[in-house]
Each structure stands twice: as C-alpha cells, then as structure tokens.
Design a protein around this ligand. Sequence first.
Ligand code: URA
Ligand code: CA
Length: 434
Amino acid sequence: MRMVDLIEKKRDGHELSTEEIRFIVSGYTNGEIADYQMSSFLMAVFFQDMSERERADLTMAMAESGDQIDLSAIEGIKVDKHSTGGVGDTTTLVLGPLVAACGVPVAKMSGRGLGHTGGTIDKLEAIDGFHVELSTENFIRQVNEHKLAVIGQSGNLTPADKKMYSLRDVTATVNSIPLIASSIMSKKIAAGADAIVLDVKTGEGAFMKTEEDAKKLAHAMVGIGNATGRKTMAIISDMSQPLGFAIGNALEVKEAIETLQGKGPEDLTELCLVLGSQMVVVGGKAKTLEEARAMLEGVIKDGSALEAFRQLIEDQGGNPAVVDDLSLLPQAKFVTELPAKQDGYISYMEADEIGTAAMVLGAGRATKDSVIDLSVGLVLHKKVGDFVKKGEALATIYSNTQDLAECQEMLYNSIEYSNEPVEAIQLVSALITD
Ligand code: URA
Ligand code: CA
C-alpha cells in the first residue's frame, strides 16, 4: 500500500477500506508516514468527508494506537460522559455521584483545565487531601465496591489522536466533523467505556458555534458509537453563557455539593438530570428517560447522591467533612461585588470571556504549566433574561489580590443589556439517540 494512492483515493471522493484506514493511522503513529502526506490526507477528509463506516474504522484505529484501559473486571455497563468543553461546567462532579447512586458504575478518567475551561481533576483537588493517582487495581476495586472513582489521565492513550490533533491545529483541519467525532470517540473507547453520553455544547463559548453544526457533530458521534458497539446518546446544550453560577475550582465544588443536596442552580441541576437520565438508560438501570429521571430525583431527595460523593472523597484520601461544612474548602482572601453600571435586562453574557476573567484571577491556566489558585473565581448573580438595577451586584469576585481591574473590565465587557425583556436561553435544545 502506498500513502500517495490513498490520498488520491480520498481526494477523489472514494471510500477507503478498513485496512487502508488502519495503514494510515498506524503508519502515521509510528513515523512511517510523513507530516506532509498526513496533512494532505486530512485536508482531503475535510473536503470529502467520510462514510459512517470509515468514521468508525478511523475511531477504532486511533483507539487501538496506544494503551487501552481494560475495565472488564468492573461489573455492569461502564458509562462515560463527555462534554465538548465549557465554562463553569460542574456537571461531572454532580453526575458521577448522581448516577453511581442509581447503581451505574462510573470509572472516570478526567483532565485538567486549560484556558477559559476548567477541569474536573483540578476541582476535586480543591478538596483537602483528595488525590487522583490510583493504581488500576485500586481504581477497579473502588468502582466495584462503591460504583465511583476518578483518576487523572495516565499512560499512553491514543497517541495517534495526539499526533493528528497537533497536525490539524497547524493545517486548518481541526474543524471537520469526521475528524472531531473520531478524535473524541477514540479517547472514550480507549478509556474503556461500554456506553457513552455526549454533551455537545453550542454558542459563543463552544467549539460548535451554531446549533446546526452541533447537531451534525452529535449525530456523527452517536453513529460511531453505535457502529462500534458502544451505546451512545447525545444532547445539544447551550454554552453561550456559563453554566450554573460558580466558576472556579473550590467554588464549583461548593456548587456541586449544593446541587447534590437539591439546592443547586436551576440550569446546572436540569443539565445533570438530562445527562444523568441518558447515563442511567445506556447503563441499563432504567428503560426510559422518564423512569431514569425519577430515579435521579429520588437519590437527590433521599441523600444517597450526596452520600456517594462523600464516599468518593473518603475513598480517595480527601476530608469527607467538607460535604457538611463548605467552609473547609480553600477560601479566597478578598470578596468583592461587581456592581451593575446601568439598569436593564441582561441580553448576553459571553461565556468564554467570563471564563477568561476567572482565569486572570488564577482559577485557570493560561498555559499548560501555569499554577492555579483553587480558592479564587467568580459567582454570578444574574443570567441572560434577568433584570438588573444599577448598583446591584452582577457577580461576586473571590480573589487573593486587590488588583481586580483586568478581571472587572473583562466582566463588564462580557455583558450586554437590553431595555426590552429578554427571553431566558433554552438550555437543552435537542436529544439525539440515533
Ligand atoms: N476535541 C477533541 O478531543 N478532538 C477534536 O478534534 C476537537 C475537540
Ligand atoms: Ca458552574
């Protein structure tokens, strides 16, 4: 087989065989295929797309390019959730305990935050003592015993994706539905998922700016999941404004605990119930989404979801008392309100700008090597559609510095007003099950 012939075949719009796709992915991963040929191939995919079968083959070839986590020693259907990135997205912290309390095993591998988006591992480390370095043996034992464990990314997972993603980044081929879908799904499959629930974000803060593109990506990923034997469902959810009120690590842990107590923000709670229902259904613990939702509401009410979070903290070396005493979380030195400069209905709150304002305080990483401050961040008091009076607090800033000028300016610039009432944003716009 010669790479040049395969580039030509894809360039002319023909379908590649399973063997041909494997040849490309393994050849590129082990260095036999050069960057210039792979670049050309990726551009051909960008313009010619891939069939559902080709997408599934590409996904499996990438998933098999490095280590694969074997979770077969865990009883039950292992369900993973993936969100395409967001600001103040505290869902994983809530969903893990929530679905674990319904009997679905959650063996979660999570990452750290970068730029305006946060990461679950950082958030959990805001709990004193919590560690995410578990041996595979302990990870599996913990999930079998208590249904829930979270580890950091380790090992040589999907090296093909890492190499291809870097190349796409500099060849204008990131924004391709078959390439994004196979990249995301290959990582979930390599991490051992039997079933996958996807939260595809749309809006200014998201990768997919329009609902139409978000739907295409969701269908592509559900198609790959079903073609590779992993039951997959997706939703499209809004990320034009931040999710919930809190943005920042300790602040989001507090928000997650409140949500597990049934006292969380309405949007975060709703998103967790919608995603959680899909997880309980694909995890085989309920037949319908309605039945699953009732189970989730039940475990919030009876306290068992919160108990699952307490158990997770205890299992992973953290101080479980934090669940009853939120003041045990890291506290920022300065608490400053951000007053509105005018009256009006809030018509726009740009999620990525607000995420960046939290990053500037130290809640997020400007580069991979930045050191973050777990105690700082923002708590919003208003969302799109709310009326605000001049002088009323738009947000509270938690900081360890009194020099807030840059953060404040970013926040003011991220918010727009209208004199007319503005409709609240619809959070979940579509459910995609096939
Ligand atoms: N996120 C991924 O993991 N892969 C992509 O290709 C795009 C976004
Ligand atoms: Ca939040």
